[in-house]
Design a protein around this ligand. Structure first.
Ligand code: FE2
Length: 274
């Protein structure tokens, strides 16, 4: 298994910029080009929510066109900026696993050594996250049915506060109910989220829990300052690889930079002429 996880694409309508100055659609198109050009090719790309910025059909049209250019299978879930009905209508062709019920978007992927569970943690009209009873029952049933297989959950909102003053207020409000499932099911070892527009990692029992950066604009982590900052620090995504029994995740830069070069030990420590 080799997955590329990107997040929080916040697409805008054609020719519209985010916050009036961020060319988010061009930035996302560049990310798609970078992923398509990878020499070591992922089995699939995951997009962990906030696909568009305002939940509008015109934005989903752009999202479908640009994400549709990815050369990989796509696994998507909604975030708080998404509209569930429009999300499903426009993105189902790119991700048939989404099903047909916008109020119950969730699916399992059993193609890999680790089981992947995708759930919707968004609550219509709210920035905070919420897990419905139906979602929690579905998760419990999935975990009960496959107790021996390592399992990862992908959701938009982190299920617990991470000490982030701006974002903790809009984390998944009843995420503790998912943590109860972590306690009950040792097979649940990974929870990967978007939402915070930054790489943040923590541990709950056996489960690694992380939020990942966004494709274009980021949110600096502040522990005390609650004001709603964002910035244009370099974007990146998270790569997830199964290496034997080990799930390994690493940051992959989506900014443009010099290199890579092949290390040459002959020029590493030359005799410096003075
Ligand atoms: Fe977002």
């Amino acid at each position: 298994m080799f997955l590329a996880q990107i997040s929080d694409t916040h697409f805008r309508s054609q020719n519209e910029k985010l916050y009036g100055f961020i060319d988010i659609n061009a930035g996302n198109a560049d990310v798609v080009s970078q992923l398509n050009a990878l020499r070591e090719r992922p089995d699939a790309v995951v997009v962990s929510g906030d696909i568009v910025n305002c939940g509008r059909p015109e934005e989903y049209r752009v999202a479908r066109q640009i994400l549709g250019a990815l050369d990989y299978p796509l696994f998507v879930i909604p975030g708080n900026h998404d509209d569930k009905a429009h999300f499903l209508e426009y993105l189902h062709p790119l991700c048939p696993h989404l099903g047909s019920d916008p109020q119950n978007i969730r699916y399992a992927i059993d193609d890999f050594a680790t089981r992947l569970l995708f759930i919707d943690s968004s609550l219509a009209g709210e920035s905070k996250g919420w897990l419905t009873n139906d979602t929690l029952h579905w998760l419990e049933a999935q975990l009960s049915a496959s107790k021996d297989k390592p399992t990862a959950v992908f959701m938009h909102h982190p299920p617990l506060p991470l000490g982030n003053a701006q974002m903790d207020r809009i984390a998944c409000e009843n995420g503790h109910l998912l943590l109860k499932l972590v306690e009950r099911f040792p097979s649940l070892t990974r929870i990967f989220c978007g939402h915070n527009h930054s790489l943040t990692m923590t541990q709950y029992r056996q489960a690694t829990i992380a939020t990942i950066p966004a494709t274009v604009h980021q949110v600096p982590y502040c522990h005390e300052d609650t004001r709603p900052y964002y910035d244009m620090s370099p974007p990146s995504c998270l790569m997830h690889r199964q290496i034997g029994d080990q799930w390994v995740s690493y940051l992959h830069s989506l900014s443009h930079y010099a290199g890579p070069w092949l290390y040459d030990e002959n020029i590493s420590c030359p005799v410096d002429e003075r």
